[in-house]
Design a protein around this ligand. Sequence first.
Ligand code: IMP
Ligand code: MG
Length: 189
Amino acid sequence: MLVFLYLVDYTQCFMPEAKLRVLISAEQIQKRIAEIGAQIDRDYAGGGPIYMLCVMKGAVMFFADLARAVTHPVRMDFIGLSSYGKGKTSSGEVRLTKDLDVTVEGFDLLVVEDILDSGVTLSYLIHVLQQRKPRSIRIATLLDKPERRLRPVAVEYSGFTIPDEFVVGYGLDYAEDYRQLKDVCVLGG
Ligand code: IMP
Ligand code: MG
């Protein structure tokens, strides 16, 4: 009996029950990524390798799929930023939790982000990267919530503009859960 109760608790820890409504399907995501990949190929044609920078952890799925949609040579590195803590609203404070492993001076940088919300995270990151003297910096974001913007951020490649709703899946989390979902879903919808 004791063992049974333990198993019930264990399951609840790792499989949070919640209402999820699909906002953008896996198919729609892949179709849009193919378009963005082709656009990146056209824009960087004739240039050197693109340094794709994955903003951990939310961008990991988009980063991996986008890299494979690009045929122009790419290099990869990872950067960790944190602004959200465990809630649904930004703390307004950004921390660098993992720096790049490489020197990016003179390279074309493509920052790959999951979602552009207030813009606080990306404007901070761009400021940090500019000090490394790259040749260029461009941003690719899967999602854009323009209604909540506090800082203006120029984005070259944007997957989908979405309304002001909290979304999870395809890398995006709520308190570290739901990243593995194939679709982008509204939590609580
Ligand atoms: P910003 O600094 O407000 O633009 O926030 C950007 C970061 O907040 C993203 O990289 C996400 O990690 C997180 N974020 C913003 N909106 C959402 C959401 O709807 N779901 C999950 N994470 C979000
Ligand atoms: Mg993020």
